[in-house]
Design a protein. Sequence first.
Length: 704
Amino acid sequence: MNDVRAGFNVICRCRYDQDMTGELQVIGACPLDCPDTCSWVVTVRDGEAVRLRGNPDHPFTRGALCVKVNRYLEQVKAADRILYPMRRVGPKGAGRFERITWDEALEEIATRLRSIIDEYGGEAIWPYQGTGTLGCIQGEGGVAGRRFWNVLGASRHDLNICSRAGRIGLTYTNGTGGGMDPEMLASSKLIILWGTNPLTSGHHIWKFIQEARAAGAYVVAIDPIRTRTADQADEHLPIRPGTDGALALGLLHVVLEAGAEDRDYIAGHTLGWEEFRKEILAYPPSRVAEITGLDEETIRALGVRLAHTRPTAIRATMGLQRHSGGGAALRTIACIPGVTGDWRHPGGGISYLTVGDSLLKPDSRYDLLAKPVRTLTMTRLAEGLEDTEKPVKCLWVYGANPVVSTSDQTRIRRALSREDLFTVVMEHFPTDTVDYADIVLPATMQIEHTDLHVAYGNMYVMWNEPAVPPPGECLSTTETFRRLARHMGLTEPCLYDSDLELAEQLLSSDHPYLAGITVDRLRKEGWVRLNVPERFMPFADGFPTPSGRLEFVSERAAADGHSRVAGYVPSMAARTADTPGVAEKYPLTLITPASHTSLNSSFGNNPELRRRAGEPKVLVNPADAAARGLTDGSPVRVYNDVGEFTAELEISDRVRPGVAATTKGRWLKHTPGGATANAVVEERDADMGRGAVYHDNRVQIAAL
């Protein structure tokens, strides 16, 4: 199956039998950057995909897809789909191209890459990969691309943009970013949805929350915005952005006041309690109320509920940790089940990631490197492209749309305009990043290629079988790299492994969770639950920390330059709230949550979803609008020292005073003013893992 077309005619076993009409039902998986990783069924009639639905047999998907993915077949057949290789004919950024053949594209790419390597070395190549697809073969875990770049000696790409800070913080406490099986929320009695909006971003967890509510569970949403999820919760706490770590300590202070800490669990399963206890006692509810902007009575009430409700489950996702104290926040929140002993109860604990692709056999293939190479950081794209001492001469973008999705939009656009920067983009549609490409290569979409998926929000491994041939001259990511390797005369055998061979290699891990899961089984069944108990309790046998215990105190954290003791690290916006000059100039904290009608920038070109989303809006509290003399529906300018964008003002009590909110993911070419929220987000790091700081920006808003 080296050629996606030649291999397509191989009989696909991952299908239901044909029905009486001759239609074929092909099982696949949603590839998008969402924790749910839905199993889906594609109906094929006469070689054409005519219907897509959630797989009714999958225990997590249960037949439902989201509002975005329900339009996936429409997206596959969209009129603006890129079907052929193209070469730039206009200035960078203009988006003007001519059609060329694959041989012409590969020859030009091969010639340019050889020239760059000869003059500057392989490290002048930056393979910039994103999470546009999370496939372990074609996407974010794309082994074929990684092997190719290592043979060339290209710079390593640090894909740190999404969950890094929180995962590291959790690892200091629990030894892993993984945790609860979200299906176990059905057994919880108190569910805290902390900085997460599942009814927009990963709605399949809601049915398990509803099961818990039917049995008497209480649901709390902690979020600066009253989201769709907060509307449905029993209680909403409108916290100041970036102060979550302080709230965690304040809630635990109330637990200690009630004498409700689980002393047996603390003694037998945790490390550093006395030091952490002192940290908790430094955050009484009165102090935490001042920090978080919440009423002291509200904090006390939730603390009392936490003290006396077992099991308690905390669901926290990526938005919570996108600020300069985000890693510390997740580290401290993860301490709560250690104090209350919730890990000993089915339905208790914290869910951030489940297990993810760390289960698979590592395929970094650094052995293919002739010498060590530098690492370039995804969230520092502008900085990397501006480096004149070790310049980047080729940027290869796939699974990413950095002009829209990465910080400091204006600097990125300026850097991408360099004539000496050879930019190749593999894409489905003419994104804003495509407009800056020298060569554009047409990529297959999910129903057209083979892939393997390990969910980060449930406990299933999914197989995606191609349902239809690719349109035009689209090629899979793996096939593109195989052809380019041949064109460059590369002889390393592993560069030519087929997709099935790659999948088999990844699944040859000795991790016990993957026991019994093979490519053959996945192709027959479509999906398989990880080899874990139905009522999975991840730390029943101890924690994967150096001590084997939940660590309130971490020597690893100290060695990495952080506090030994879990605690509160304020975001930049929270830290400067009372700083003279800063708060007056830029008094509002801008946060950029996910849209209900797009996923990052995917579907940003879909006409119907754009219609539903409406024009770009920025939400502000009535008090903040009145202070600026702003009226509802008026055009406004949102700005700071980094940049600016324009939007329509929406006055709403959905955001607390001092907060402004606008959704992420809009394409610049479909946005009035040609700039979006990332124009005001500077390239600055979170406290751990150089994570992104999309929710940690001070701005001002003025009428246009």
